[in-house]
Write a protein that binds this ligand. Structure first.
Ligand code: GBH
Length: 461
């Protein structure tokens, strides 16, 4: 029986645009995701986050759901354009997050708040977005506002969620908002996200948030080579995907090889003296989102390049400076996203982080899977493949802990089915089903299973 440490934080996660809805209510302004989802052809089935799970109006019901699951923590994100549209504090928007945080605390659930889960206020994108330095300063202003508002009650602050996605999917491959395909701008975005992270940690610490834990969530890619001959392909992919963030944030410097590999794209002149030191603020825990590993091979040009990395043939790639790297299809089984299921990557990733950054505790801020539900006439929702996925990955976490990694907690992605970005509502990650149409919350088998894991601190069997 696999057991977890005494104070292990068990939680579930969501993000504002994916669950809240109420997109035009109480003074909320538009974000880049409103613009993107309302542009025909960019999101599957024309889905938008206008209503989403209607969490904004069903807050109390959802808080009770969390209490019934028995989780010790809830990871949510704050909608920047709801609380600070046009750069001005919006009281009704702030009130919503006050009610959320107070409602969590009243139920003994620790609030883990992400400041930025991809919903940049549209007016900041109109001014250039993350490729512009100014955006990092506006992000710090927003962090100050939130620190002053709920900083006395938040358990852990996560500045950014997956800046890899914001920079490379938003500005290089264009499959995420704002949908730009400009590699040089994407690298400038990488830098201004790193800078914004550091400025935000400073801003939070200067407010009532000084006792809260500081964190940032990265979707680190566990990159493997097909053979030893692919070591340089692994190194390149690791540089743009992982060390572009780990370097400045944890070590105060961009890796040399990254600067060299990307020299044809940018001269990195947007990095000013002192920026890397600013990005490198002490953090209390590093958030890790893990779904699957990445497999690469050195491309020799003899056949068509494999690109099993989510980008379509001919479309722009999120992998800047990886023209000679093949992204190789991995063996199944796969989730509904087409992502392979391989929990060994999670153990290896956690042990690598422990080795490379020994002083930094770790927390799994997202892990989960999209599968189709099987609803039986008794109203039960059977998702044994999700139970199996979660069981495997939690076992992998326990193995990393046994190997010495300091892992403090685990958050299932996601509490409930929600707006899965460019895939709309077709891909469902929830342990709780959101009934299409009525938006009724229905526990899946995985929710019952997770409640027992949380209650006992152990995996069954
Ligand atoms: C997270 O992103 C997000 O934080 C969350 O909002 C989202 O709903 C959730 O995951 C589920 O998608 O193309 O086969 O090489 C996930 C980010 C980055 C994970 C790219 C998969 C590559 C898979 N993803 N990654 S593949």
């Amino acid at each position: 029986m696999t057991a977890f440490p005494e104070n292990f934080l068990w939680g579930t996660a969501t993000a504002a645009y994916q669950v809240e809805g109420a997109a035009a209510e109480d003074g909320r302004g538009p974000s880049i995701w409103d613009t993107f989802s309302h542009t025909p052809g960019l999101v599957a089935n024309g889905d938008t986050g206008d209503v989403a799970c209607d969490h904004y109006h069903r807050l109390d019901e959802d808080l009770d759901l969390l209490a019934a699951l028995g989780v010790g923590a809830y990871r949510f994100s704050i909608s920047w354009p709801r609380v600070r549209p046009q750069g001005r504090a919006n009281r009704p928007g702030l009130d919503f997050y006050e009610r959320l945080v107070d409602g969590l605390l009243a139920r003994n659930i620790a609030p883990v708040a992400t400041l930025y889960h991809w919903d940049l206020p549209q007016e900041l994108e109109d001014a250039g977005g993350w490729p512009e330095r100014e955006t990092a300063y506006r992000f710090a202003d927003y962090a100050t506002l939130m620190g002053e508002t709920i900083g006395d009650r938040v358990h852990t602050w996560i500045t950014l969620n997956e800046p890899w996605c914001s920079a490379y999917l938003g500005y290089a491959s264009g499959v995420h908002a704002p949908g730009r395909t400009e590699p040089a701008a994407a690298l400038a975005a990488v830098h201004h996200l790193n800078l914004g992270h550091g400025l935000a940690v400073q801003a939070l610490r200067a407010t009532g948030a000084k006792d809260a834990k500081m964190s940032v969530t990265l979707n680190l890619h566990h990159v493997r080579g097909v053979s030893e001959a692919d070591a340089d392909a692994v190194r390149r992919a690791d540089a743009v995907a992982n060390r572009a963030f780990l370097g400045p944030m944890l070590e105060g410097a961009y890796p040399r090889d990254l600067i060299e590999d990307t020299a044809a794209v940018t001269d990195w002149s947007f990095v000013r003296d002192g920026d890397e030191a600013t990005a490198c603020q002490p953090i209390d825990v590093l958030g890790v989102n893990y779904y699957n590993p990445t497999l690469v091979r050195q491309w020799d040009g003899s056949s068509e390049r494999a690109t099993a990395d989510g980008h379509q043939d001919g479309a722009a790639s999120p992998w800047i400076a990886c023209e000679d790297v093949e992204f190789v299809q991995q063996p199944g089984p796969y989730t509904e996203m087409g992502w392979n299921i391989d929990e060994t990557g999670l153990t290896e990733l956690l042990l690598r982080l422990h080795r490379d950054h020994p002083g930094t505790p770790l927390m799994i801020t997202e892990n989960g899977a999209a599968f189709a539900d099987v609803v039986t006439p008794d109203g039960r929702v059977h998702d044994e493949r999700r139970v199996d996925y979660l069981h495997r990955h939690l076992t992998a976490v326990a193995e990393a802990i046994a190997g010495g990694a300091d892992v403090r907690g685990y958050f299932v992605w996601s509490l409930m089915d929600n707006f899965e970005w460019a895939h709309g509502y077709a891909k469902r990650f929830g342990i709780v089903r959101v009934e299409p149409g009525t938006l009724e919350r229905v526990w899946k088998d995985s929710a019952h299973w997770y409640r027992d894991v949380v209650a006992t601190g152990k995996l069954p069997g």
